[in-house]
Design a binder for this molecule. Structure first.
Ligand code: FES
Length: 227
């Protein structure tokens, strides 16, 4: 066990846990987006930022990734922390104008609008939860984060048809912004609201869904229809 201080309160917490875990277990609220307890930390969104006392002064760290240590002093809601979270939320509001959870989080910090030019649409914050869940929990590996920078997106690997998706819906269930909307009707499956769509067919042997690339109306035909 180690002794730490959060917002002026002395606490004894488990060794090797993160600041986020120590805070949550002791009733301190820290917002998160890319963290999920079933998947561990990822460090992509930085909304969980907190301020700690370091040897060279106060610094901001991602609480989901930073381990506690003896004597650590943490502030979860200092002015610097609030300003950092507001900036992150403004960027997310601009990037994902359709994500309700981002609007709700922003409103908590008094933000209705963003200073940054907004995209026309978007819900995906690229937190990677869907991809990590598909790979690490389900073991299917049907989706990945592809491309870089502004073009980064969730998609089947190489933006190609994949037979790996088993229609389990884990990605949809765990997505914090509801960017993934799985619909299965007439053997046609839409995996992502804005990105890849591909057809599935239930396997007669294992009863799971697999991609049916040969049938009329397969993903290739669908892509042609969309173009
Ligand atoms: S929740 Fe910690 S970086 Fe996203």
């Amino acid at each position: 066990m180690v002794n730490i201080n959060i917002n002026g309160q002395d606490l004894t917490v488990r060794e090797n846990c993160t600041i986020l875990e120590a805070a949550l277990i002791n009733g301190f609220y820290i917002p998160t987006l890319c963290y999920h307890e079933a998947l561990g930390f990822y460090g992509a969104c930085r909304i969980c930022v907190v301020e700690i006392a370091a040897p060279r002064g106060q610094i901001l760290v991602a609480s989901c990734a930073y381990p506690v240590s003896e004597g650590l002093i943490v502030k979860t809601d200092s002015e610097r922390v609030i300003n950092a979270r507001k900036l992150i939320l403004e960027l997310l509001l601009a990037d994902c104008p359709d994500a309700e959870i981002i609007k709700i989080m922003a409103a908590r910090y008094g933000l209705i609008e963003t200073r940054f030019p907004p995209e026309e649409e978007g819900k995906c914050i690229l937190c990677g939860i869907c991809v990590r869940a598909c790979h690490n929990l389900v073991g299917a590996g049907a989706i990945s984060l592809i491309k870089r920078g502004k073009n980064k997106a969730v998609s089947p690997p190489y933006e190609s048809v994949t037979s790996a998706c088993i229609s389990c819906g884990t990605c949809e269930t765990m997505c914090p912004t509801r960017a993934i909307d799985i619909k299965v009707f007439d053997r046609i499956k839409s995996l992502h609201e804005y990105e890849g769509r591909f057809h599935t067919q239930r396997c007669n042997i294992c009863s799971k869904y697999h991609v049916d690339n040969e049938k009329p109306g397969s993903v290739n035909n669908w892509i042609e229809e969309l173009q």
